[in-house]
Design a protein around this ligand. Structure first.
Ligand code: 9MR
Length: 460
């Protein structure tokens, strides 16, 4: 089972040897998670490096036909240490007609990952979508052998290269019942178990995942349906190693406040969890805060292996109109990028991808740094944008009956309700381009443990 232990990585975030893994300690992880954003000189400055320092990977979906674009590749290679093929390892791409496999685009992606020392996630073996029509025309016994043959052929080709496979994807309805796919119709409930058993035999060292969307809210029927299947598999010894949470969020389906609970409850079954297709519709500070929240939820669960965002740049996103990713269409890092980097404990970052702006801007991100029985400490990192700034202000809103009982490293003023604190620099507010400072405060919970809301950052 050693190969299924999440791998720690070197400083660039590339996978490390097992000896290095053994040398890493849990204590180091906890300590480094808590000093995030403090701006130390040694802080990692890319997503992959920062994630690696937390014992995680930070990946992206990649499209083979973009690998010729230099800015795309430069951003990919600089920031990420794991790749998922966005479409190239799906059934219609790999076996468009029965028995005839085409690995050319998938190989391009796998070769790129290998040349860069990146991990590779396999997506996906059994899915009702992007399924060639010939599969839907098969009777039960032919479908069974086609499914098992597809799993075996593909997994054996990428044996030793794909660390985690999405063996079955999106097999549940919103109400928690099984999706009425061709696999379900012809093979019945047992097909998922059969797919996982076949997958284990095909590559005993790959981590086998069930992957789905809208499984983020703990009390939601679909989440419960998947949970019950995983619980049953684990209790009966059906080989399953991880659950993937796609995490396609938007305003109608935001990151739930109990996300950490959902991830932890699955992990407590004895499987690893991975955020597999993260993207969040929106822009600016509100998008940044949600991204930071997802990272914090993953870091809070020791069995959360890592995070994959569903694309490098907004312009090639499957829902580009939602601008849901970390880099804009010119490969400039967005506030969401800095929020992710800081939540991972890194700072600076963004490379030389963008053109840069001339005006004074700043971003803020929040991290809880300590908690006691009655209160917690919050820390806000204020970061200058592409130009130096000489002042900044932002707001922190707590939720009644919470009260802020102390602050440090800033000069606060309050609204009449006492719930909205506007924080400005203590003395001079000079920050060089990309540089950061922090301020902190203590919140008396009074029974309410909600995360305080940050307003946007205003620079001068
Ligand atoms: O991003 C993928 C897009 O390019 C494809 O057109 C689409 C076709 O179904 O699949 C997208 O990726 C999906 C992923 O494979 C499974 N979860 C939902 C993703 C977004 O639709």
């Amino acid at each position: 089972m050693f190969n299924r232990v999440p791998r720690r990585a070197d400083r660039r975030g590339r996978p490390a040897t097992r000896a290095a893994l053994v040398a890493a300690t849990v204590g180091t992880f906890v300590a480094s998670a808590l000093v995030a954003g403090a701006g130390q000189a040694a802080a990692a400055s890319t997503l992959g490096e920062a994630a690696a320092e937390q014992g995680r990977y930070f990946g992206t979906a990649v499209a083979a036909n973009r690998l010729g674009e230099s800015d795309y590749v430069a951003t990919l290679n600089r920031e990420f240490n794991s790749i998922t093929a966005e479409n190239e390892m799906k059934w219609d791409a790999l076996q468009p007609s029965r028995g005839s496999f085409n690995f050319s685009s998938a190989d391009r992606i796998a070769d790129h990952a290998r040349s860069q020392g990146m991990q590779l996630r396999g997506h996906t073996l059994v899915w009702h979508s992007q399924l060639p029509s010939w599969v839907g025309n098969l009777g039960a016994s032919e479908l069974r052998s086609a499914m098992n043959n597809h799993i075996t052929t593909v997994m054996q080709r990428y044996r030793g290269r794909v660390g985690s496979w999405d063996v079955v994807n999106e097999a549940f309805e919103e109400n928690g019942s099984r999706r009425n796919s061709v696999f379900q119709q012809r093979l019945g409930n047992g097909y998922i178990e059969e797919a996982f058993r076949t997958a284990r035999a095909a590559d005993p060292n790959a981590k086998l995942c069930y992957n789905d969307y809208n499984t983020d809210t703990w009390s939601y029927a679909k989440t419960q349906g998947v949970y019950e299947m995983v619980r049953d598999f684990v209790s009966r010894g059906v080989p399953i190693d991880c659950v993937g949470f796609q995490a396609h969020f938007n305003s109608g389906n935001p990151m739930p406040s109990n996300y950490h609970t959902t991830l932890q409850n699955f992990a407590d079954l004895g499987v690893d969890v991975q955020i597999t297709e993260l993207d969040i519709a929106g822009s600016g500070q509100s998008q940044a805060e949600q991204y930071g929240g997802v990272v914090q939820a993953c870091l809070a669960v020791s069995r959360c292996d890592g995070i994959t965002v569903w694309g490098v740049t907004d312009k090639y996103s499957w829902r580009s109109g939602d601008t849901p990713l970390l880099f804009d269409g010119n490969y400039n890092p967005k506030p969401a990028y800095h929020a992710v980097l800081e939540a991972l404990g890194g700072s600076g970052g963004g490379g030389g991808g963008g053109g840069g702006g001339g005006s004074a801007t700043c971003t803020v991100s929040y991290q809880e740094t300590q908690r006691w029985g009655d209160r917690f400490n919050g820390q806000v990192t204020v970061r200058a944008g592409n130009s130096a700034i000489s002042g900044w202000s932002t707001t922190v809103t707590v939720r009644s009956p919470q009260k802020i009982s102390a602050t440090w490293n800033g000069s606060p003023t309050w609204d009449s309700s006492g719930n909205v604190m506007t924080m400005r620099p203590n003395g001079n507010g000079n920050l060089a381009a990309g540089a950061s400072t922090t301020f902190g405060f203590t919140v008396m919970a009074n029974g309410n443990w909600s995360t305080p809301a940050l307003g946007s950052c205003t620079a001068s």
